[in-house]
Design a protein around this ligand. Structure first.
Ligand SMILES: Cc1ncc(COP(=O)(O)O)c(C=O)c1O
Length: 385
């Protein structure tokens, strides 16, 4: 199989597995225990916390360990809203459901949410953002990079607006981490969500960066772990793995970015020149280097995924969650795409293990299956296939 769905999840790096292994059957102590087993587990967590912080230029004590991007986003949203008197949140219309669903829930219990529109490339408008701010705004949450089309938002400009208005700024950086250098201080970010399984770490672990001085209410109460912000015995092995994944992501960042760019530029060039009536979605430059997202006119994206799967290629139409709920992509809808353009879309996201040969094989297969699907397409005559 050729795996080209790295935005959904990534293979766990062998060095990550090696780092995790001792924490299952040998170093199994509870990090809160005083004895040596406990102290060893606790030290391993602190090493991991430092590695996670280093990746985004944060201090260890600013890292809250969570179960992943979803929990980090929920903690950022509920944690700030429960603390603040303000009852207005600004977000964008193309966020992941792990932002949109908590926002919708808060709306039901009396909060007001402004969903910023985006342009054809998936970018929010800074004047729109400025115009939505009121005395009541307690949080601005806008994603770093989109999970479907890969568009990168103007994070520094957004944080400047948030700072000027003394509003907390959160960004969901789950798709950006490891693909763009992130320095939370230079970018003026207050809260930032990341997830381990997008950077060759294990699933079910992530972090929320919380700038020193930003107050959050805890969502999970109990034994007081994580400075009282998230109770529950820590997932030691996974945290250790996540730490190693962050270390590797930092050490190999430039090399990985070059590798991703090399593969995606080859893929884009070949698809655009060899498959007619095809468009690349998202922004041409402001996009994460591992993402490509195409519309093949007259083709149903899900049929395409199935055909590719039969040909041993794993790709996606967009976010895994949208597939489960069977709803049309709200991201492409917000970008002004027609129903036909939305259903004809395909996301191909590369990772560290992919090769140029795999890209060539994928384009060759794509050419063949797009042609097959167009031959039986209801739009056959409309587009003269
Ligand atoms: C932008 C974005 N935010 C949040 C998440 C959820 O992260 P997790 O799977 O770690 O809960 C994802 C996962 O695909 C994502 O792409």
């Amino acid at each position: 199989m050729i795996y080209l769905d790295n935005a959904a999840s990534t293979p766990v790096h062998q060095k990550v597995i090696d780092e995790m292994m001792p924490y299952f059957a040998q170093q199994y102590g509870n990090p809160s225990s005083i004895h040596k087993f406990g102290r060893t587990a606790n030290t391993a967590i602190q090493t991991a916390r430092k590695r996670i912080g280093d990746l985004i230029n944060a201090e260890s004590k600013e890292i809250l360990l969570t179960s992943g991007g979803t929990e980090s986003n929920n903690t950022a949203i509920y944690g700030t809203s429960l603390q603040s008197k303000g009852k207005h949140i600004i977000t964008s219309s193309i966020e992941h459901d792990a932002i949109l669903e908590p926002c919708k829930h808060l709306e039901k219990i009396g909060y007001r949410i402004s969903y910023l529109p985006v342009d054809r490339h998936g970018l929010v408008n800074l004047e729109d953002l400025q115009s939505k701010i009121t005395q009541d705004t307690c949080l601005i949450t806008i994603m770093f990079a989109n999970n479907e089309v890969g568009t990168i938002q103007p994070i520094k400009e957004i944080s400047d607006i948030a700072r000027k208005n003394k509003i907390i700024f959160h960004t969901d950086a789950v798709q950006a981490i490891g693909k763009v250098p992130i320095n939370v201080n230079e970018l003026g970010i207050d809260l930032l969500s990341i997830s381990s399984h997008k950077i060759n770490g294990p699933k079910g672990v992530g972090a929320l960066y919380i700038r020193k001085g930003v107050m959050l209410s805890p969502l999970i109460l109990g034994g007081g772990q994580e400075n009282g912000l998230r109770s529950g015995t820590e997932n030691v092995a996974s945290i250790v793995g996540f730490g190693m994944a962050c270390k590797l992501a930092k050490e190999n960042m430039n090399q990985n970015i070059d590798h991703f760019k090399n593969l995606t530029s080859k893929l884009i060039a070949r698809v655009q020149s060899e498959i007619p009536k095809t468009s690349l979605n998202g922004h041409t430059e402001k996009r994460i280097p591992n993402n490509t997202h195409f519309t093949f006119l007259g083709v149903n994206g899900e049929d395409l995924i199935i055909k590719l799967d039969e040909n041993k290629i794993a790709a996606s139409t967009g976010s895994a969650c949208s597939v489960r709920t069977q709803k049309a992509s709200h991201v492409l809808g917000a970008m002004g795409f027609s129903h036909e353009q939305i259903t004809g879309s395909l996301r191909i996201t590369v990772g560290i293990t992919n090769t140029e040969e795999e890209i060539d094989q994928t384009v060759d297969t794509l050419k063949k299956v797009v042609q097959e699907l167009r031959a039986v397409s209801p739009y056959k005559n409309k587009y003269n296939f």
